[in-house]
Design a protein around this ligand. Structure first.
Ligand code: NAP
Length: 329
């Protein structure tokens, strides 16, 4: 019988999410990869237990995580039932809808029809009464933003979600949605964009907007799916995402990227960090980032990543060295 570590809240730092009442762990865990039907449930269970033992209270899902779509939510529901009965109120659980989930015209994008039925399905799969955050997963160019936002607000009023989030919205569309949600009296809690050393679009207006609006930010793929670690320096390990999964291909790890990774790894070593740790520390250097949203294929990666909470911040000299490597052609 699993007993969570008594000292779990001493292992983690928590930060207020925008202007809300919610505190988020600086490192949160996402179940996009490694939690589907194809992945052994025992390993999934070990990862979630390790995360919770180290103070990770926030778990991020989406309707389509798997494969097959829906299976990550089902597996997570099973793990909650097996190991976390009695701990629901210590957890912040999110899910999303916005990408293709089922066949036909109602299983994708941002209509009221899709969002409301999708959250009902997610709650059944996870065996939950409510999720803490329900996100619109990506903007829908063809549905009026008012309809999408009203569907999110409706779910909050119904008590099926406590807060609303937006993901992958560019600054202009995010501003419009944030305004509508404010008018609806269900303010946007959080935005979930991709942000890492290789993908910095959020620096071009989004983080400014979120700060102005008092909305938190949780940055996904902070390790560029593992490329910002030392694992691909000497080759492509057979058990890595680049081999196992089509979202990251071997061809994505170009010579140019590997060269940068090697340079970054040297700086990390000088700091006494792994490159993965330094890449996370780098994302969190920006005070407007509430949380990094990591993935993991094994419990040891959670240990490695959570250790950043007690590691030194990056100095100006180190940041300059990193900047130089990133901008070198
Ligand atoms: N909103 C969206 O559109 C969206 C899109 C993508 C992701 N997300 C969310 O963000 C979460 C994280 O995304 P991600 O999995 O791409 O994040 P990531 O943290 O950039 O990549 C995770 C992968 O990096 C490797 N890794 C992790 N820690 C490591 C360490 N300490 N040392 C070496 N390698 C390490 C593992 O790869 P191996 O498997 O190779 O071991 C792991 O599976 C997702 O689960 C999901 O919740 C959201």
């Amino acid at each position: 019988m699993y007993q969570p570590a008594n000292n779990r809240y001493e292992q983690m730092e928590y930060k207020r999410c925008g202007n809300s009442g919610v505190m988020l762990p600086r490192v949160a865990l996402g179940l996009w990869q490694n939690f589907g039907t194809v992945n052994p449930i025992d390993n999934q269970r070990e990862i979630i237990r390790k995360a919770f033992d180290l103070g990770i209270t926030h778990f991020d899902l989406a309707n389509n995580y798997g494969p097959e779509p829906g299976s990550a939510e089902r597996n997570f529901g099973q793990i909650l039932e097996m190991d976390f009965k009695g701990y629901r109120d210590e957890m912040l659980i999110s899910t999303k809808a916005g990408y293709t989930m089922w066949q036909g015209p109602y299983g994708d994008w941002g209509s009221r029809k899709y969002l409301i039925s999708s959250l009902d399905q997610s709650l059944k799969r996870m065996n939950l009464d409510y999720v803490d955050i329900f996100y619109h997963h990506r903007p829908d160019p063809n549905t009026p933003l008012e309809e999408t936002c009203e569907a999110l607000s409706h779910l909050v009023r119904q008590g099926k979600a406590l807060y609303v989030g937006l993901s992958n919205y560019r600054p202009e569309e995010a501003k419009k949605a944030i305004d509508i949600l404010k008018e609806n009296k269900t303010p946007c809690l959080i935005h979930q964009p991709r942000y890492n050393m290789f993908d910095r679009w959020v620096e071009d207006g989004l983080l400014d907007l979120l700060e102005e609006e008092g909305v938190g930010s949780i940055c996904f793929s902070p390790l560029a799916q593992g490329v910002l670690s030392d694992k691909y320096i000497a080759g492509i390990p057979q058990d890595s995402r680049a081999v196992k999964n089509y979202f990251l291909k071997e061809t994505d790890i170009t010579d140019e990227k590997r060269k940068k990774v090697i340079g970054l790894n040297e700086i990390a070593k000088e700091r006494g960090q792994t490159l993965a740790q330094m890449a996370l520390t780098w994302v969190l250097r920006n005070d407007r980032v509430t949380t990094v949203l990591i993935g993991a294929s094994r419990p040891s990666q959670i240990e490695d990543n959570v250790a950043i909470v007690n590691q030194p911040k990056l100095s100006k000299e180190e940041l300059d060295k990193i900047e130089k490597i990133l901008s070198d052609k």
